[in-house]
Design a protein around this ligand. Structure first.
Ligand code: KG4
Ligand code: ZN
Length: 344
């Protein structure tokens, strides 16, 4: 089985060819650079860039895989959640392609794509329940995966997503967009024993205490960073590194802490951390340490499968098609979590 995956839910235009065993024949991602000057994604620019990029990106994915449309068994496209205009480009393109080439069409929930993005490295995920922490620019969600298609959305962020917090703090620190990798690089310059100023005190930002066991919040942390920077304008890169480090530690501790408390209530033997923030080395390291203490296995997909990509959409598409699922040609875009059947 060969599936063409298409992903355009935010600011990455991506197309991939994957087979039924989750081998990736190609995975082309065009990360739009149109947004850098604005420090965040501008929805209207994103949809225009998708319309410009979708044809060359799909063509390149087919070429790199060495296949033509006639070799494909189906087209899988992200239909939500995401930015409406961005989603519409992928959905419309995929419908036209499926209709024109006589291919099966299937719509994929973007978050379900992230959930199964570790399949290539851990195919055993299909036969074991696991707890997933999806941490991206748009979402921070804890999901109990009982089996493919059987999900309990436990909870998530009440305000900013983890990646969004990285992006906003990067902006406060005068770093570029996307902010996650830039904050991580700067934080690593401070090191783990980072101290602030001559008093030798370790700078620490508070982690929000939430009433519900699975809920997360990052907007207070972002504000704490802003107030700190206003009160203590950093004198040089060293002091900015200390702030980046303290911020990253606070996010990582919140994510690891919530994952452990979810495990207390749902004692499964496998955890998956996915989404763009899962590229963060400090998060990967701390999560691995914490789970090893409990004898729980951890899967974190390779970096290029953590950030938005069409291979993960192809994985879910192949599983859905194998189960006989097809989308009608009036498949629409579903921007919100509720519209894809996940409570917000
Ligand atoms: O999954 P993704 O590509 O898009 C969404 O579905 O939102 O995630 C993008 C997010 C951005 O906010 C970016 O800053 C963050 O992932 N990110 C990181 C790192 N690499 C990407 N955050 C922290 N550390 C990183 N190394
Ligand atoms: Zn995503």
């Amino acid at each position: 089985m060969l599936i063409l995956g298409i992903e355009t839910s935010c600011d990455d235009t991506s197309a991939a060819v994957v087979d039924g065993d989750f081998a990736i024949r190609s995975n082309v991602v065009a990360s739009q650079e149109d947004h850098a000057a604005f420090g965040g994604v501008v929805p209207e620019l994103a949809s225009r860039a998708h319309t410009r990029l979708i044809v060359p990106v799909v063509r390149m994915a087919l070429e790199r895989a060495g296949v033509t449309l006639a070799d494909l068994d189906g087209v899988a496209v992200t239909y939500g959640p995401g930015l409406l205009g961005s989603l519409l480009v992928g959905v419309t393109f995929a419908k036209a392609m499926a209709y024109g080439a006589g291919l099966a069409l299937v719509g994929v929930n973007h978050l379900e794509g992230h959930l199964w993005s570790g399949l290539q490295v851990s195919p055993s995920l299909l036969s074991t329940p696991f707890l997933a922490l999806i941490v991206s620019g748009g979402h921070s969600e804890l999901v109990l995966v009982r089996a493919f298609g059987d999900y309990v959305h436990l909870g998530g962020t009440q305000d900013d997503a983890a990646g969004e917090a990285f992006d906003k703090v990067a902006k406060l620190l005068g770093l570029g967009y996307p902010g996650g990798p830039a904050v991580e690089r700067l934080a690593s310059e401070a090191g783990n024993g980072a101290v602030s100023g001559a008093d030798g005190n370790r700078l620490k930002f508070p982690v929000a205490v939430m009433a519900e066991p699975y809920d997360l919040s990052f907007s207070g942390l972002k504000t704490a960073v802003r107030y700190h920077l206003e009160k203590h304008p950093p004198r040089g890169a060293g002091e900015r590194a200390v702030v980046a480090h303290a911020f990253q530690e606070a996010v990582v501790e919140a994510l690891v802490g919530r994952t452990l408390s979810a495990l207390d209530r749902h004692p499964v033997e496998h955890v998956v951390v996915c989404g763009g923030v899962a590229r963060n080395g400090r998060l990967r390291h701390r999560m691995a340490e914490a789970l090893a203490d409990r004898g729980v296995a951890l899967t974190v997909p390779p970096g290029d499968l953590c950030t938005d990509n069409a291979a993960m959409i192809g994985f879910v598409g192949s599983l859905l098609l194998r189960r006989g699922r097809r989308a009608p040609l009036d498949l629409g875009a579903a921007p919100t979590l509720a519209e894809v059947g996940w409570d917000s």
